[in-house]
Design a binder for this molecule. Structure first.
Ligand code: ZN
Length: 253
């Protein structure tokens, strides 16, 4: 009887200890960030370590990609529906955190990656003009929607691809159907609805049920004085970055 009592007490004790530990983990776990957390919005986290993200392989790369789980599930449903219509979708870029975007940006800034076939550090000396040139298609680190795990680039990031018969077919399918799965083309052509900001990107699709919440928090909390540093960050201060962020298509009819 005493032994049984002892075993039960021990089990209860262990159970409480496990509960306390888990509670502690949830409170202390820095990997889970709220959607309106400034670090989340600026991509200052590791998506591979974030339990709200899922890792997956894509045909376009031998590196693992990451997306928020609900976004990847929605994408899979969309890709399956596309396949049924003989349209092949492939993710070519998913989550890019701050460090990843910083490398992309800085490579363009220092001329390691050519922009329109030119090394910008030699070609455009004025820092603001250089930043604006990069910002035709690339967001500065801390301000890319790719930080959020809600946005994907599909099939190619070259405008020319979307002029080919295959590219036209893919775009037409996305234009007609992506909305049904929660996806929206963020950067549409300049016109009545969108007159400034990043140029048209037929490849960039955003999962709005989550992205819109993050975007609204980003606009609400926008503070240019709190930019995380990278090469050329001083130059973007006077470029009305908030207009680039605001100027997106939200697929509202
Ligand atoms: Zn993109």
């Amino acid at each position: 009887m005493t032994t049984l009592f002892y075993i039960i007490s021990l089990k209860i004790f262990l159970l409480f200890q496990i509960m306390a530990e888990n509670l502690h983990r949830v409170v202390e776990n820095p990997k889970i960030l709220a959607l309106d957390d400034a670090r989340y919005i600026a991509g200052k986290f590791d998506p591979a370590q974030n339990p709200e993200f899922i890792s997956f392989n894509s045909d376009s790369s031998n590196k693992l990609m990451h997306l928020r789980t609900e976004v990847y599930i929605a994408y899979l449903k969309m890709a399956q529906a596309a396949e049924a219509d003989s349209v092949k979708l492939t993710i070519v870029s998913a989550t890019r955190n701050f460090d990843y975007q910083k490398e992309l940006w800085e490579n363009k800034w220092i001329g390691k990656t050519a922009v329109d076939g030119k090394k910008l550090h030699l070609h455009i000396k004025d820092p603001q003009a250089r930043a604006l040139k990069i910002m035709e298609y690339s967001a500065p680190p801390g301000f890319s929607r790719h930080h959020w795990g809600t946005d994907i680039d599909i099939n190619s990031t070259e405008s020319e691809y979307f002029e080919t018969p295959e590219g036209k077919k893919v775009y037409q399918w996305l234009f007609n159907n992506a909305n049904k799965f929660g996806f929206c083309q963020t950067y549409t052509a300049f016109g009545e609805k969108r007159s400034s900001g990043f140029h048209e990107e037929r490849w960039h699709w955003s999962y709005l049920p989550t992205a819109k919440i993050i975007w609204e928090a980003q606009l609400r909390n926008f503070d240019e004085s709190k930019i995380f540093k990278f090469k050329g960050y001083q130059a973007i201060r006077s470029l009305h970055l908030i207009e680039f962020i605001r100027s997106v298509n939200n697929c509202i009819q």
